[in-house]
Design a protein around this ligand. Structure first.
Ligand code: CAA
Ligand code: NAI
Length: 699
């Protein structure tokens, strides 16, 4: 927006923010607003001003791409611009539709009246970018909506509906007819009153309760410890809101500005901005342009109603897509449907879903034991046993029954998608959709592109991931795809560290303190140790005898029936079913096993644990990029942030590796190779980037 487009409605001027796609408040928009307001404030025919958004929304806030860059000196920054608009003696009304987020809402809070259209969402999500609302939001929102609401909204970053916003006092009205007509009518009314407009910065009612009870800030800090672990921004947000209760507005604004400056260039904010753009970049596939036709998905079939099939069926039902599940017999079908029902019931019992919503979802799930039931489905997702012969048989049947445009997807986690596709006469329609367990909860979806998957099949599966509320990442065919292939490196080194001298609780603590929700041993206990045990037994014959085996301890733990949380014991024993406790029996087993393997146990530092677990993971990521299995380093980051709990404030493994320095990681890998074996050899791409002094971000 080089100049803000202005429409005149009698004495009212309607200024539109116009900077597609989200009306980001970049330098050009701010310059346009300043110029428009200069004219309108000087124009005696204009008695009041309405600010509205052109296109899809009011505004998504500051232009995130401008962060970290030197701003032009001749354009006001957003906080200054908002203060100036608020000081206007002519009333300014914000007419909000779509979204008013971050600086967009801060701009609206600087206006003298706020009216929203139905289906609008507003909020201050800056904390999700590792920053705080730095254009007066931490000072105006508590004054307008109260301290408690401000703490909740600013620290969570959640957007609220226009109805909730009205209840909280963030907006003054919801338009029941045309938004601009309603805003113009209000502007006329305010101008006619002729009083000084109401300015958010001068309000104080919202602050009084907290001023009388300043202990509430410490209580709030305590309550957010778990979700804010490892991060600075949430605490900075609280400090600013606290400052609003202590300082006059102008000083509070300066305080906010200082806190904002300290955050915006730090690694936390850079990592979270990287995560924001990475999650949007995943849908861009160079040889599958946006214009690629897609198959509309109005109905789905799922084959197999076990752990994954049941969850996948729920994902379709939750997205409003009717789904038919085919099982091998009535018994297995009943079993699977009962588990789905119980799953929904638990959500209803927790008050997170209405009974009516559950009934609707169950009604959209149909069971069958005959493939004919899915002949008309637009997509079929196969989730049967992980055996090639069984999968191929299923795909042969699907090929014979399904309509021509169907997408045939497999949920395999280890098998070759191309071999599965070869069982059909239409490999171009076959693709992998690797959901993560529990499928109805985890947001990651690895979309596995087969050698022959057509652009239409790929585009449909990627588009579907959005419809299903998932983050779809396109990956290539290889053992473990992106996520599990890298995970394997991490789990192997964790096991070796325990053989060499660490204890499971040492490794888990280091990984937890790094920012993962849990360490590898607690994770294995949660997922079930028997899963890996079964795979290791199946692959025993192919295992090279001259290579160090990482499953010795895990096998022994499984031989004792310690499958993890589900059996009440695994690498840990469990209190209340969920809290892991170090187990002396396991420590004795570990010491005996180390001795038997000829290891003389040594003290292993936290730093070594971190490097041994995470550097090989990054190294494998480099191989994955070199082989073209992932399109971009940022795609690998998305897989790890969404699928494995890699801390978002560290930006994913490849972004984090750049912050460590690839020369440091390559040198450590060479050292590990010399000390442990060739499986630790640095990846050629890692070596190259380290030599060049560049990073994964430069690829
Ligand atoms: N700045 C720059 N680009 C932005 C942007 C922003 N604030 N918000 C969105 N975009 C870009 C996206 O990167 C995307 O670009 P591509 O098409 O090139 O990938 C495009 O706009 C569309 O975005 P979405 O795909 O996310 O669109 P959506 O309709 O799914 O969601 C939205 C809309 C809810 C507004 C979402 O875009 C969003 O959450 N945006 C960020 C909101 C935010 O965090 N604002 C705070 C900014 S910081 C701030 O304002 C600081 C301050 O206090 C001064
Ligand atoms: P599961 O054993 O829980 O369920 C498989 C189901 O398929 C069973 O209910 C079985 O009766 C049914 N089935 C078998 N053959 C069939 C046939 N010919 N027709 C119809 N139904 C048939 O297995 P799970 O764990 O759900 O795994 C399914 C697939 O998902 C596998 O390929 C697995 O590798 C993959 N996967 C599993 C994950 C997990 O965490 N369990 C994670 C990601 C992928």
């Amino acid at each position: 927006m080089s100049a803000a487009p202005i429409e005149r409605r009698g004495p009212i001027a309607v200024v539109r923010l116009d900077n597609p796609p989200v009306n980001g408040l970049g330098a050009a928009v701010r310059a346009g607003l300043e110029a428009a307001f200069n004219d309108l404030l000087a124009d005696s025919d204009v008695s009041a001003i309405v600010i509205a958004g052109a296109g899809r929304m009011f505004s998504a806030g500051a232009d995130i791409k401008e962060f970290g860059k030197t701003p032009p000196t001749n354009v006001p920054n957003l906080p200054e611009l908002i203060d100036w608009l608020e000081a206007s003696i002519k009333p300014v009304v914000a007419a909000i539709h779509g979204v008013a987020a971050g600086g967009g809402l801060e701009l609206a809070l600087g206006c003298h009246y706020r009216i929203a259209a139905p289906k609008t969402r507003v909020g201050l999500p800056e904390v999700t970018l590792g920053i705080l609302p730095g254009a007066g939001g931490t000072q105006r929102l508590p004054r307008v909506a109260g301290v408690e609401a401000a703490l909740d909204l600013i620290v969570s970053g959640r957007l609220v509906s226009e109805r909730e916003a009205l209840k909280l006092g963030m907006i003054d009205a919801i338009a029941d007819g045309d938004l601009i007509d309603a805003a113009v009518a209000k502007a006329i009314e305010l101008a006619d009153v002729g009083e000084n407009p109401r300015r958010s910065s001068t309000l104080s009612d919202g602050l009084t309760e907290a001023q009388a009870n300043p202990g509430l800030f410490d209580a709030f800090r305590k309550s957010m410890e778990k979700r804010a672990r490892g991060m600075n921004a949430p605490y900075a947000c609280v400090r600013c809101i606290e400052a609003a209760t202590r300082l006059p507005f102008a000083e509070g604004r300066r305080f906010e500005h200082e806190e904002f400056k300290a955050l915006v260039t730090a690694v936390e904010a850079r990592a979270m901005r990287h995560a924001f753009f990475a999650e949007r970049e995943v849908s861009k596939i160079p040889d599958v342009p946006d214009s690629t036709p897609t198959q509309p998905i109005e109905s789905a079939g799922v084959i197999g109603c076990g752990t994954m099939g049941g969850g996948i069926a729920m994902v379709f039902a939750n997205a409003g897509i009717p789904v038919t599940i085919v099982e091998s017999d009535e018994g297995a079908l009943d079993n699977g449907l009962t588990k789905i029902r119980a799953n929904y019931q638990a959500t209803v019992d927790k008050g997170r879903m209405s009974q009516q919503a559950m009934d609707e979802r169950m009604a959209s799930i149909t069971g069958a034991t005959d493939f004919a039931a899915i002949a008309d489905a637009d997509i079929v997702v196969e989730a049967v046993f992980e055996e090639m012969a069984v999968k191929q048989q299923v795909f042969r049947s699907l090929d014979g029954i399904c309509q021509p445009d169907v997408v045939l997807a497999t949920n395999t986690s280890t098998l070759d998608v191309d071999t599965i596709a070869a069982a059909t006469g239409r490999p171009e329609s076959v693709i992998g959709t690797h959901f993560f367990s529990p499928a109805n909860v985890m947001r990651l979806l690895e979309v596995v592109r087969g050698a022959k998957s057509s652009p239409q099949t790929i585009a449909t599966a990627m588009g579907l991931s959005k419809t299903l509320g998932k983050v779809g990442v396109l990956v290539g065919v290889c053992d473990g795809f992106v996520g599990n292939r890298m995970l394997h490196q991490y789990l192997r080194e964790a096991a070796f560290l325990v053989e060499e001298g660490a204890l499971p609780q040492d490794v888990d603590r280091v990984i937890f303190e790094f920012g993962f929700p849990m360490g590898p041993f607690a994770m294995s206990d949660l997922a079930g140790n028997d899963v890996g045990w079964r795979i290791r037994k199946a692959q025993a014959a192919e295992r090279p005898s001259n290579q160090r085996y990482s499953g010795t301890l895990a096998d022994r733990i499984c031989e004792r029936g310690r499958f993890g949380q589900k059996t009440g014991a695994g690498w840990y024993r469990y209190k209340d079913g969920r809290t892991p406790l170090p187990d002396p029996d396991i420590e004795a087993l570990i010491l005996a096993t180390s001795q038997e393997l000829g290891m003389s146990r040594r003290v292993i530092s936290d730093q070594e644990i971190l490097e041994r677990c995470l550097y090989p993971l990054v190294n494998e990521g480099a191989k994955i990029l070199d082989e073209g299995i992932a399109l971009r380093a940022s795609d690998v980051d998305v897989v790890w942030m969404q699928g494995y709990g890699f801390p978002r404030y560290r930006g994913g493994p490849m972004f984090w590796a750049d912050t460590v320095g690839l020369d440091v990681i390559a040198a450590a890998m060479r050292r590990f190779q010399a000390e442990h074996g060739d499986w630790m050899a640095p990846a050629p791409l890692l070596e190259r980037l380290a030599d060049e002094g560049t990073g994964f971000k430069d690829l």
